[in-house]
Design a protein around this ligand. Structure first.
Ligand SMILES: [Ca+2]
Ligand SMILES: [Ca+2]
Ligand SMILES: [Ca+2]
Length: 463
């Protein structure tokens, strides 16, 4: 090789290194599919996403001690893995024979299991699936009474600790995810205060769920001011001051709890989302905006390594509108996509941060938080192939609570504000019938346990 060609090659190598994305693995994305081996798996796969989060319902599988029917989960896992998807299996909900008592109603599925029962189920599940499934979440939203009626101590002693020990014994390479708390009311911080000091070493990936609006522009009301925002629950709790005096302080966020207890594990958001009626253009656009804000927030938070949106699909005739597609047996693919499905497909295929093959100037995201997305809107982009929209927003920008003479603030965690409607109502009804919001928390959206239990039952029956 001539010196000239060598020099040119070195210049080329230098340019390639400069253009290469960060060495960290791409952030990962998925959908909650419950037990749907067709629409749920297909909608996830066709969007190019990696993960399906599935319901491995203990009560429906181990109907008597040591008697198992794995048929539904076998078919689901086989279909998902045959399509190249990775499975996060949620091991939840107590069968009647394992219940230590239905003390708070809601049937037995939310009951505290008798000692030893959950660990034996975890062992059986992991031994059956460990060649195909390496990630297991130990229960779902145990801080909501309709899913678990015990205390945090009950969750530790009867679910998390014995479950994690059983899982790691059966499969040392498999990962325990948890505690999968809902951020309704203030109880989630209390749960983290019990769970993390006692059992952080048992958890490989910390998980949680956030349903809340994104903050509007400075000075606006809405999430972050009059209610907890997405960021208040995720990483920076809400503090409201008037004249320098704190008049309200919300529960600590997931990230603050992890930092407080020195937990340096990855964080997965295993549920978040926004309802949108299929065919309602305004609602579909708002759902896309929510997904967009979520993904943009991930760009500057390397500790948050995966998001599994809630959820894959709407079922005709049922009152759920959280899906990114609407199941339709008459459609060629078995479903009609919403705008959010196309948006996720675009980001996943394009964004270098999420493993895509295009550039920041053609990835569907406002990477630098200036309110302009991609070429030509973001004028830092010389073309769609340009590699950067500009300097990203610092991860902690605006994250600290602040005072305001008008009594507002406690603001976003650094994501761009802008087009999210600050008046958007809290998007998700996760129940919360057992949660005890602190005075002044406008959680709203509390419905009866009966309706939720009914909805839960309906969802479990999906095929
Ligand atoms: Ca019960
Ligand atoms: Ca972009
Ligand atoms: Ca931009």
């Amino acid at each position: 090789m001539s010196r000239g060609r060598l020099a040119a090659a070195l210049v080329g190598l230098g340019a390639a290194l400069l253009a290469a994305p960060a060495s960290a693995a791409p952030a990962e994305l998925g959908l909650n599919v419950h037990q749907s081996k067709d629409t749920g798996v297909d909608a996830t796969s066709s969007a190019g996403l990696k993960w399906v989060r599935i319901d491995v319902d203990w009560y429906g599988i181990e109907t008597a001690a040591g008697v198992y029917d794995w048929s539904v989960i076998d078919a689901l896992v086989d279909r998902a893995t045959s399509k190249g998807l990775s499975v996060l299996a949620v091991l939840s909900y107590t069968p009647a024979w394992a219940s230590q008592g239905d003390t708070k109603g809601g049937g037995t599925l939310n009951d505290v299991p008798k000692a030893g029962t959950y660990a034996s189920f975890v062992t059986a599940a992991v031994n059956r699936y460990k060649s195909k499934v390496t990630h297991y979440e130990l229960w779902n939203e145990p801080n909501l009474e309709q899913f678990f009626e015990g205390t945090p101590a009950d969750y530790l002693s009867r679910v998390l600790v014995p479950g994690a020990d059983a899982l790691h014994a059966a499969c040392p390479a498999c990962l325990v995810l948890g505690p999968g708390l809902a951020t309704v009311g203030g109880e989630y911080a209390n749960w983290m205060e019990v769970v993390l000091p006692a059992a952080a070493s048992k958890i490989d990936v910390v998980t949680g769920h956030v349903y809340a609006g994104f903050p509007g522009p400075p000075g606006s009301s809405g999430p972050g001011v009059t209610s907890d925002s997405f960021f208040n629950k995720l990483e920076s709790h809400r503090v409201v001051k008037v004249g320098g005096a704190t008049v309200y302080e919300g529960p600590l966020s997931f990230k603050e709890e992890m930092d407080k207890h020195g937990v340096k594990k990855p964080f997965w958001l295993t549920e978040t989302g926004l309802e949108a009626t299929a065919g309602n253009a305004k609602e579909e656009a708002a759902q896309v905006e929510y997904y967009k804000k979520t993904l943009e927030a991930m760009l500057t938070r390397p500790w948050w390594t995966a998001t599994i949106f809630y959820e894959a699909f709407d079922e005709p005739g049922q009152p759920y509108r959280w899906g990114v597609v609407r199941r339709d047996p008459a459609a060629p693919s078995g479903y009609v996509p919403k705008a959010s499905h196309g948006f996720l497909s675009k980001v996943r295929a394009s964004s270098p941060y999420f493993g895509g093959s295009k550039s920041d100037c053609d990835d569907g995201l406002d990477n630098d938080g200036d309110g302009a997305t991609d070429f030509p809107s973001d004028t830092t982009c010389a073309s769609a192939a340009s590699s950067s929209e500009g300097k990203p927003v610092a991860p902690d920008a605006g994250a600290s609570s602040s005072s305001g003479s008008s009594g507002s603030s406690g603001d976003d965690g650094g994501a761009s504000s802008g087009s999210v409607d600050p008046g958007e109502p809290p998007p998700r009804d996760e129940g919360g019938c057992s949660a005890a919001p602190r005075a002044g928390v406008g959680e709203g959206l509390v419905v009866g346990a009966l309706a939720l239990a009914l909805g839960l039952t309906l969802r479990r029956r999906r095929g």
